[in-house]
Ligand binder design. Structure first.
Ligand code: FES
Length: 107
C-alpha cells in the first residue's frame, strides 16, 4: 500500500505502508504537514480533510453519514467529489494506492 500527499505549495511525499492504515494516522506518524486529526479519527473534527485525486475516486468507499456531516464543517473549500475525511479511508484495505491533495487550512 502507498499514499502520496501533495502539498498546496507543490511538494509531495510518498509513504509506503507495511500494513493497512488510515490516511490521517499515516500522515501524523510520518510528519506530513497540513493534516491535524484533532479528534483522533472519530469523524468528529474535520481537521483531516483531504482532496482525493481524480484517478482514485471510483475506488473509494461510500461516505458514512458521520463523514458527510463533518465534511460540512471543513475549513477549506468543500469539493463534492474530492473532499473526504482522511481518518475514514484505510489504504491497504479500501484501496491499495491513493494520491491526495492537502488543503490550505484545516482550522
Ligand atoms: Fe477527526 Fe478525521 S481525525 S474527523
Amino acid at each position: 500500500p502507498r499514499i502520496t500527499y501533495h502539498q498546496p505549495q507543490g511538494s509531495q511525499q510518498t509513504i509506503e505502508l507495511d500494513e493497512p492504515a488510515p490516511l490521517m494516522q499515516t500522515a501524523l506518524r510520518n510528519g506530513v504537514p497540513g493534516i491535524v486529526g484533532e479528534c483522533g479519527g472519530q469523524a468528529m473534527c474535520a481537521t483531516c480533510h483531504v482532496y482525493v485525486r481524480e484517478d482514485y475516486l471510483d475506488q473509494l468507499p461510500e461516505k458514512s453519514e458521520d463523514e458527510e456531516e463533518m465534511l460540512e464543517e471543513v475549513a477549506s473549500p468543500f469539493d463534492e467529489r474530492r473532499s473526504r475525511l482522511g481518518c475514514q479511508i484505510t489504504i491497504g484495505e479500501d484501496l491499495e494506492e491513493i494520491e491526495v491533495d492537502v488543503p490550505e487550512s484545516q482550522v
